[in-house]
Ligand binder design. Structure first.
Ligand code: TYD
Length: 233
């Protein structure tokens, strides 16, 4: 018998909120763009929840520390993927689903496309494993819209490395060390980018690719265009 937890996210009651995810390589400006979109939507009167992965719940933020700290040595790719999904399952149950049920617009910095791009392509664990785990552990919850910020991998990763080094230097003032992924090779990030572009091709109705190599204001304008076209706000 096919009895699974997906049913609780697919009940007959229509979901009132909207779920928008931001994706892209490290340093493409996702967090900045997410904040700008949140401000614009709030100014237009919408209820908005800003959140992120890995993390987003108190348990998830603890898992995030383990995943991103460069002191986490020898974590196997499968253990890494399992922790990403553990954080996500908690995040969906504790934050995302309740907010959607409340009618909020949930803006999430990374979701399962990150696992498909980083663990599936980057770590070579493959797409089928990620999609299967998403179905089992996340009830196959799909975003209404995904904004994929695309820019030159070398440029964006260098930007992320500089930012995280700056933050770690001030770690005594409470910033976490989040350098583990930024230490990966150029080949890794190029696989991640290819992974993202294949997702965008396969899921073209959901994923909008936005060129993130211009100024933050230019990128924000493109995002607003996509959001109003796709979600008809
Ligand atoms: P994030 O804080 O968004 O980093 P950045 O601001 O540099 O883009 O994400 C942290 C790292 O976690 C990032 O390198 C990507 C990685 N990650 C995965 O590998 N798999 C996942 O499923 C998620 C959510 C993130």
């Amino acid at each position: 018998m096919h009895c699974d937890i997906t049913r609780c996210y697919h009940s007959a009651v229509p979901r009132r909120g909207k779920f928008i995810t931001f994706e892209g390589l490290d340093g493409t400006g996702k967090s900045t763009q997410l904040r700008r979109l949140a401000a614009t939507l709030r100014a237009a009167g919408h209820k908005v929840v800003e959140t992120r992965e890995p993390g987003g719940s108190s348990t998830g933020e603890r898992i995030r520390k383990v995943l991103l700290d460069s002191d986490t040595a020898g974590l196997s790719p499968r253990a890494e993927m399992a922790l990403m999904f553990a954080s996500r399952a908690q995040h969906i149950a504790e934050v995302i689903e309740p907010a959607l049920e409340h009618g909020s617009i949930v803006l999430c910095d990374r979701f399962t496309d990150s696992t498909e791009a980083y663990q599936g392509s980057g770590r070579k664990l493959g797409t089928p494993a990620v999609l299967e785990l998403h179905r089992i552990l996340c009830g196959d919850l799909q975003p209404d819209l995904t904004i994929l910020l695309d820019s030159n991998p070398a440029m964006s990763v260098n930007r992320a490395r500089r930012r995280n080094k700056r933050k770690s230097r001030t770690s005594s003032r409470g910033h976490a060390d989040e350098n583990r992924f930024e230490q990966e090779t150029r080949a890794f990030f190029s696989r991640v980018r290819d992974g993202y572009l294949s997702i965008a091709k396969r899921e073209h109705a959901r994923v909008a690719v936005v060129n993130a190599s211009g100024t933050p204001a230019q990128t924000h304008r493109q995002i607003m265009e996509v959001v109003s076209r796709k979600l008809k706000f």
